[in-house]
Design a protein. Structure first.
Length: 303
């Protein structure tokens, strides 16, 4: 690790798909020269028959001669119910917990899941039943669990994937399962979609933030004022950092003041403009923007 990297206490990286049919090592090899400092390897729904040890060996080989790190493994499914895919999601949490240290990372992230079609409070007992043994399994291995704050179009009253999208739910979750290795995978975008101001929220919850997704939002207040949030016009868009409404210098300041030494990994493929052929253009712009918000290149103090 270079002297410069030793002084980067918040790395800027991106998400990389690791599920069946993807080739995370090859993808990382192609985009590593752009300056990404970390990668979060993600699975949608299940891990399936992916050989995690082989994947770890291939990824480690690609990043071996760089200062880049793997920040986390993540799985986004519903581990609280009993359909085959749900049971596979639960198994996926176990597998990622058991293998994440092969990548010299200590975070497994994802959705909590929820009882489909029911209010959030109806999922809490099942949440504890499923995640208490998972959290203890992780604790024994020195691993932390981080729940993403995406609502997946769910509400307090009903949804399909995740209860961890509202601060009242966080209070209930951390109260019913008060373990130090359970926290949040936070991003401003998902809160802004609900018209929550992310800055005071982050200031309050920062000690529970284990991982940050680099995704922003643009809120069209003019549309809200004229048409409301239930009309035919879109009023909010997910954005790559640098193209949305958030002041990431403020976000990084709050993280640093709380001694956060993790990563901010850009969650791409959502921006309405910088997508498809402009995907990596937007991501690299977001990468460089976040590095500037971090303070630019490290400059040593004079002796």
């Amino acid at each position: 690790m270079s002297e410069k990297s030793k002084n980067i206490n918040i790395r800027i990286g991106t998400l990389v798909s690791a599920g069946k049919g993807s080739d995370p090592a090859n993808y990382i090899k192609q985009i590593l020269p752009y300056g990404f400092e970390s990668f979060s390897l993600t699975f949608w729904g299940i891990v399936g028959d992916v050989d995690l040890k082989q994947m770890a060996d291939e990824v480690n080989e690609v990043i071996a001669d760089s200062d880049t790190v793997i920040s986390s493994l993540a799985i986004f499914g519903n581990p609280l119910e009993e359909k085959p895919a749900d049971l596979e999601a639960r198994k996926g949490w176990e597998e990622l917990i058991d293998h994440v240290k092969l990548l010299e990372a200590d975070i497994v992230a994802g959705f909590t899941g929820r009882i489909r079609g029911e209010p959030i409070d109806k999922s809490l007992s099942k949440y504890k039943e499923v995640f208490e043994p998972l959290a203890k399994r992780a604790q024994d291995k020195g691993v932390r669990l981080a729940f993403e704050n995406c609502d997946m179009e769910g509400t307090w009253k009903s949804g399909d994937f995740n209860i961890a999208h509202n601060p009242t739910a966080w209070e209930m979750m951390f109260d019913i399962l008060p373990m130090d290795n359970i926290g949040l995978e936070w991003e401003p975008c998902h809160q802004m979609v609900s018209l929550i101001d992310p800055i005071p929220q982050l200031r309050k919850w920062v000690d529970k933030v284990f991982h940050v997704h680099g995704k922003d939002a643009t809120i069209a207040w003019d549309i809200i004022k004229e048409y409301g949030i239930h009309g035919p016009k879109e009023f909010v868009w997910h954005r790559t950092p640098g193209f949305g409404d958030s002041n990431w210098a403020d976000i990084i300041t709050i993280l640093r003041q709380a001694n956060y030494k993790g990563t901010i990994d850009i969650e791409g493929f959502h921006d309405p403009v910088y997508r498809n052929e402009l995907e990596m253009t937007g991501q690299v712009q977001g990468l460089n923007y976040l590095k500037e918000c971090r303070g630019g290149d490290f400059v040593p103090n004079p002796e």
